[in-house]
Design a protein around this ligand. Structure first.
Ligand SMILES: Cc1cc2nc3c(=O)[nH]c(=O)nc-3n(C[C@H](O)[C@H](O)[C@H](O)COP(=O)(O)O)c2cc1C
Ligand code: SF4
Ligand code: SF4
Length: 436
């Protein structure tokens, strides 16, 4: 059986599934129940200085649901912990003592002053926690006070605080990044320069979930007024995975350990993040929506997947898809696929035809000899995949690569060889080379 044990920047856990810093890790009661359910570790809900922050007493969450009421996007305007620092520290110490084999990372956010960081680091160290995570990502409330995303958006601050933390603490330092920035590589590079052991990402994305059109108020609202919150859940997974990949493949940050966060609900989501370079994964929304026991499906699923592939340890997965991530200019423009419709499973709904006819390349029939019939016209199809995306029947439309050397009826050119934009004759700056 595959070995799921994880060692991430020296922090050991029985599996790579950690709960992210958020309500699931807000107190000992939750964290102990999470450990009982099988979570490999937690990042404790972000600690700050006393007196504690005050949360709104109105709705602090919002969601976007799929038609079958699944939560696909989640939003919150919650702040960091609203419990006294000493209470949290005592509970962290006690929980770590009772669960020594689990990863206990403590998330921190204090004002951007050296003394404030020095003070809190000393107190956290006394809990025997395994590491700290610097919350430079919280996009609401705390950022208005010069913390959270307000720090994460300025690489110089990221570097400076990471450096203080390494200087004043023996604990490994993870810098948690905000996605509310145009180039995620910049704060990651800054974290590395500051000596951070790892980065984690993503925190939540600035968002307004809707507008109450009767009252003309954005949602979620408190007392008739609303503010932007942080977006997370399955909808943000692609954004998070791109940012993880950017860091994993950038020469300046290559090899910097990453804890992947954002929309992870299943073992497969986790395996995808790991393949893109994440050493551990963190989960928040899925635990809030489905409860702690989802970790059991995650560990069992990951273990089964690894067994089925002959992978024995997490190192067999971590980063393995990174070399396949590249820039557009390196894609092979001589590679050709065509859509193919399986007539046996087609229910003749016509959605592929409408989509292709109205917004793609008019490459799918609707009637043939007076009868409803949906078939791809190979001489028009550009292989864009839109029909497969909109088809309600899974695997009814597949994208089939054309054989090397065959003739593409759309272009009249032979399929095959390798030519990127860099070599293409339409590129005014190309170094011309005929395809092989
Ligand atoms: C209600 C709520 C509260 C959160 N509080 C914190 C926090 O205190 N510190 C922090 O670093 N991240 C916080 N987060 C962000 C999560 O840790 C995580 O980065 C984000 O939700 C993305 O993961 P997910 O898609 O699995 O939810 C919070 C998220 C939610 C939904
Ligand atoms: S792949 Fe694109 S062009 Fe081809 S049939 Fe489908 S929608 Fe039309
Ligand atoms: S969308 Fe799918 S099921 Fe509907 S007509 Fe096209 S191929 Fe058939």
């Amino acid at each position: 059986m595959a070995d799921l044990r994880s060692t991430f920047i020296g922090i050991k856990s029985p599996n790579p599934f950690w709960l992210a810093s958020a309500p699931p890790t807000d107190k000992q009661y939750n964290v102990e129940r999470a450990f009982k359910a099988g979570w490999g570790g937690v990042v404790w809900k972000t600690l700050g200085e006393d007196p504690p922050v005050v949360n709104v007493s109105g709705p602090r969450y919002g969601a976007i649901h799929s038609q079958d009421r699944r939560v696909i996007g989640f939003n919150n305007i919650e702040l960091i912990t609203d419990r006294p620092l000493e209470v949290n520290l005592q509970e962290i110490k006690e929980t770590k003592r009772k669960w020594p084999d689990r990863a206990m990372v403590v998330s921190l956010m204090v004002p951007c002053e050296e003394d404030n960081w020095k003070r809190i680091l000393k107190r956290v160290e006394e809990t025997d926690a395994d590491g700290i995570e610097l919350n430079f990502g919280c996009p609401h409330g705390m950022s208005e006070r010069g913390m959270g995303a307000a720090v994460g958006q300025v690489p110089e601050y990221v570097e400076m605080v990471a450096r203080w933390c390494k200087q004043y603490s023996r604990m490994p330092v993870i810098v948690k990044l905000t996605p509310n920035i145009s180039d995620i590589r910049k704060p990651a590079e800054a974290a590395k320069r500051g000596g951070a052991d790892a980065v984690s990402l993503i925190n939540t994305i600035n968002s307004i979930m809707g507008v109450d059109l009767d009252n003309m108020t954005p949602w979620p609202a408190t007392g008739g007024y609303a503010t932007h919150g942080g977006y997370c859940g399955p909808a943000v997974k692609p954004i998070a995975m791109n940012m993880v990949t950017e860091i994993a493949r950038s020469p300046a940050t290559q090899g910097l350990p990453i804890s992947g966060i954002g929309g992870i609900e299943t073992w497969k989501d986790a395996a995808e993040f790991m393949a893109l370079g994440a050493g551990t994964v963190q989960v928040c929304t899925a635990a809030m929506v489905y409860g702690f026991k989802i970790v059991q499906e995650m560990t069992a699923g990951l273990s089964d997947y690894m067994d089925s592939k002959g992978y024995t340890s997490l190192d067999d997965i971590i980063g393995k898809a990174v070399p396949k991530a590249t820039d557009w200019q390196h894609l092979n423009l001589e590679y050709v696929v065509k859509a193919q419709i399986d007539q046996d499973s087609c229910i003749k709904c016509g959605r592929c035809h409408i989509a292709c006819e109205d917004t793609s390349h008019q490459a799918i029939t609707d009637y043939v000899n007076g009868a409803r019939h949906f078939e791809v016209k190979l001489e028009e199809c550009v292989g864009c995949n839109l029909c497969a995306v909109v088809c309600p029947v899974e695997n009814c439309i597949t994208m089939v690569p054309m054989a090397e050397g065959s003739l593409d009826p759309r272009t009249g050119r032979k399929v095959g060889g390798h030519r990127t934009w860099k070599e293409h004759p339409n590129n005014p700056n190309a170094k011309l080379a005929e395809p092989a």
